[in-house]
Write a protein of this length. Structure first.
Length: 276
């Protein structure tokens, strides 16, 4: 009888210990609603469109226009914050409020971008929006990324150049070793068309002239209709995610409503046929 009592007691202690371990495990893996704001490291400006994911999962969120976000995560999970032109950062979840500051990735920002419709002229093609990275300069001829079309008129970077500056009006200047003042070595002009929609796309973000588009009209960047050149920037998406999601939901609701109308009409016709 005593052995039976001891065996029951031991079983009870084992079950109690297992319950304590399970309860402790769940308490350490508590799920939180993590929220916060993502800003720039310099200036504290909110960054919209930042991607936040729980590392090694498919859980994700995106910051809104004011840089705010909200995501479900467990304690000790790792949140990964990433955005084009900024260095990604990983943060361990220890609290429900996590504010993050992202640092600009200077290596990825060393590009020249044309803003607006203005196009640059390249050999055999024109690009409505094209960019030239620092490696494309590479102390030689300026070319387009990818296919490497030569820019027209051609701009050549000296071998001893230590810095390159492209102004908003397309003026290219370099600083060479032994000289304090930068020297102007060329001009990047942009072109416009009477009918830009008539341009024929040839891939790699390049377009070619057609009879419908009309002849190219060359001008200086910054003038009306000729775009603007910005160095040290990245082109952002022109798609409004919120607007597209709203349109998607509206289309879904319209589809559901039409489906219900069709079902109701079908039931009415079926009832009428039965009565006849």
């Amino acid at each position: 009888m005593m052995n039976f009592f001891r065996e029951k007691t031991n079983r009870f202690m084992v079950l109690k210990l297992l319950f304590f371990i399970c309860f402790s495990g769940t308490s350490f893996a508590q799920q939180l609603t993590v929220s916060g704001i993502v800003t720039e490291e310099n200036g504290g400006i909110p960054i919209p469109g930042v991607n936040i994911i729980v590392k090694n999962t498919n859980k994700g969120a995106v910051t809104d226009f004011d840089g705010n976000y909200q995501i479900q995560a467990d304690t000790d999970d790792v949140l990964v914050f990433s955005f084009l032109g900024y260095e990604p950062i990983e943060v361990i979840v220890t609290t429900s409020v996590i504010n993050v500051s992202l640092k600009e990735d200077t290596e990825k920002l060393n590009e020249v971008v044309i803003i607006g419709y203005g196009t640059t002229t390249v050999k055999d093609a024109t690009g409505s929006i094209t960019s030239v990275t620092s490696k494309d300069f590479n102390k030689g001829n300026i070319v387009t990324p990818g296919a490497g079309y030569l820019l027209q008129p051609q701009v050549t970077i000296p071998e001893d150049a230590i810095s390159i500056v492209v102004s908003q009006d397309g003026e290219v200047s370099v600083t060479v070793q032994g000289q304090a003042e930068p020297a102007v070595i060329g001009q990047i002009n942009t072109v416009n068309f009477v009918n830009p929609t008539g341009l024929e796309p040839i891939g790699q973000n390049l377009f070619t002239e057609t009879g419908v588009s009309g002849a190219p009209q060359e001008g200086v960047p910054g003038l009306e209709g000729y775009g603007m050149i910005v160095q040290g920037a990245l082109e952002t998406s022109n798609v409004n995610t919120t607007e597209e999601l709203v349109n998607l939901i509206e289309s879904q609701r319209v589809y559901e409503m039409n489906s219900k109308v069709i079902s109701a009409v079908d039931e009415m016709l079926s009832y009428i046929n039965q009565q006849l």
